[in-house]
Design a protein around this ligand. Structure first.
Ligand SMILES: Nc1ncnc2c1ncn2[C@@H]1O[C@H](COP(=O)(O)OP(=O)(O)OP(=O)(O)O)[C@@H](O)[C@H]1O
Length: 550
């Protein structure tokens, strides 16, 4: 598979290479020349006494060793002894000694000279790297601790995650390397804190699974997915990941790739990332779940999405649910943190396609029309949905179909070639057979920003169903079209359709939609991809897909 792919392998552990730091070298040298002996601190001479405030804390100590070690305090808690660092004030050329404490929720850097203290919440910690720098003729090691704090530059701009770094200096490479690994491990997984003691006891800091398989769709959205990746790839390096990039060459390339790659190779990856709209993750998920060994690989490989297309509903729904910035930096940060969550999917079925895995939605009638008939407006990026949405709300169509739903858990879908047996599984049939709007949702957002299903959650075990029968009148679709983008078609308190809205809203476990006359139902959009059939049915598969989230 790999020889066919147009791939670029990023340098593994690039951050470990020696990178001369010209700026610092010049600034530091002025003072270091005169204070050379003092500058390179002798760790054993500067041993700092233990700090014990009865909290569970880790104190790093490198004295006489290149490896931090731990010991038990008088309360029986394990502590890792303190270490000494230099922080250099570039402007004034001063040097400061600092120590590093790692706690379960945060890293604390304390100055030994004054009361200065820097606290980094685990939640904002991205990773670390080190480089060799030459200071006053001595090679020392610059350690960068990377943070990505949630912030807004001005009140007019939405929140984003911004990269910053804290720079410290260490005397030996093995100290810098060990500490880099330790911080990268801890940044990815808070519970690594509990394991640090054991690792240090055995003088071994493990490498975490740090390979990602990244698919980039060069033709998705406005065609800028590769540029978008280039803008954030350094964040993945700072977090310690190495990435195999695959630029997709044709539709279904990613599907085929993940479907055919041998399991042992696939399991080397902590996750699969797409830089695209929703089409490429749809391919990846279907390629993965249609593998014969899906029960082995799917629980171990997580899906991450970087918004790089015109419809980015999946990643924006995930970010929406955890209140993270809906930006490529926010999405990158989410993947870098490495936490994984179980998400629901819907197993959908048409007569010609017995198994379609959907993580987003099924649109028919108005929305399918807007989504799929706006392909010729692709040059407008996400604006294409707005332009087509207004047009179709003004010039409305009616769509015929028979709709069945049930809120009972189904072990499997009914035989698609047989009529639904209403007596079984509490199936209900909707009386009216003409609709203007029909939407099945598994996530809250229908596009990059439209909050169509504010009460749908990625792991609630239900399908959100909304539909509007034709008998409800022309004005109802216009009212719906004007409000569904903001989510104000729902009452926030009751979580039911807002006053004046006449669409039907239900949480169901399974559905079937079939044509009244054996003809095609018309356009069906599953996760934004086009399908046609005279019947489509689906059931919820709770918590089956691993996605990067917390
Ligand atoms: N190299 C390629 N050439 C043609 N089509 C491709 C290629 N790579 C991926 N595709 C297909 O492009 C379609 C759109 O992809 P993607 O979701 O990334 O972009 P998008 O513009 O946001 O579209 P969507 O409307 O689905 O959100 C998908 O169906 C995908 O299978």
């Amino acid at each position: 598979m790999q020889s066919e792919a147009n791939y670029v392998r990023m340098a593994d552990n690039k951050q470990y290479q020696n990178v001369p730091d010209q700026e610092n070298q010049i600034n530091i040298q002025n003072t270091a020349q005169s204070t050379q002996n003092k500058f390179l601190i002798n760790h054993s001479e500067n041993h700092i006494s233990e700090i014990n405030d009865n909290k569970q804390k880790l104190y790093l100590n490198y004295s006489n060793e290149n490896f931090p070690f731990m010991e038990q305090d008088q309360n029986g808690n394990y502590v890792i002894n303190e270490s000494i660092y230099l922080k250099l004030d570039k402007k004034e050329g001063k040097k400061f000694e600092w120590k590093l404490l790692i706690e379960k929720e945060k890293i604390i850097l304390k100055s030994l000279i004054d009361d200065s203290k820097i606290e980094v919440n685990w939640q904002d910690l991205l990773g670390a790297s080190y480089q060799q720098v030459n200071v006053g003729g001595h090679n020392i090691y610059k350690l960068n601790i990377y943070l990505m704090k949630k912030d807004r530059k001005t009140c007019y701009v939405a929140y984003n995650r911004y990269l910053s770094s804290l720079d410290f200096y260490l005397e030996t490479e093995s100290r810098a390397q060990n500490l880099t690994k330790l911080i990268q491990n801890y940044a990815r997984n808070k519970s690594y804190f509990d394991q640090i003691q054991q690792d240090l006891h055995q003088k071994k800091i493990p490498d975490f699974p740090k390979k990602l398989l990244v698919f980039i769709n060069p033709v998705g959205g406005d065609g800028s997915a590769k540029k978008k990746w280039d803008k954030v790839s350094h964040l993945f390096e700072h977090a310690g990941y190495s990435c195999l990039l695959v630029l997709t060459k044709y539709k279904d390339h990613a599907h085929q790739y993940v479907n055919e790659i041998p399991a042992d190779q696939l399991l080397e990856y902590a996750g699969i990332v797409t830089v695209s709209g929703d089409g490429l993750p749809h391919e990846v998920v279907n390629g993965l779940f249609k593998r014969a060994d899906k029960d082995l690989v799917c629980p171990k490989v997580a899906l991450g999405v970087l918004p790089g297309g015109s419809g980015n509903a999946l990643i924006n729904s995930i970010l929406h649910e955890i209140d993270e910035p809906k930006t490529i930096e926010g999405a990158s940060y989410l993947i870098c943190k490495g936490s994984v969550k179980d998400m629901d999917m819907i197993h959908m079925q048409t007569k010609s396609n017995p198994c379609i895995y959907s993580f987003l939605s099924l649109a028919w009638a108005y929305i399918a029309d807007v989504d799929l008939n706006s392909e010729h407006l692709r040059f407008l990026a996400r604006l294409r949905f707005d332009v087509m949405g207004v047009y179709r709300a003004l010039f409305q169509k009616k769509y015929s179909g028979v709709l069945y739903t049930t809120d009972e858990d189904l072990e499997q879908l009914p035989d698609i070639n047989q009529p639904i047996n209403i007596q079984q599984n509490r199936w209900e049939e909707v009386k009216e057979r003409s609709f203007k709007y029909f939407m099945i949702m598994n996530v809250p957002l229908i596009t990059t920003k439209d909050l169509n299903a504010p009460n749908a959650h990625i792991d609630d075990g239900y399908i959100d169903l909304q539909y509007l029968e034709s008998s409800k009148g022309w004005g109802q679709l216009v009212k719906y079209a004007l409000t569904f983008q903001s989510g104000s078609h729902f009452d926030k308190k009751t979580q039911l359709p807002a006053s004046g809205q006449k669409f039907t809203y239900k949480k169901v476990k399974a559905f079937r939609l079939q044509s009244v006359n054996q003809q095609d139902l018309g356009l069906l959009s599953i996760d934004g991809e086009s399908y046609t059939s005279d019947v489509i049915q689906g059931r919820i598969l709770p918590s089956i897909l691993k996605v990067f989230s917390w």
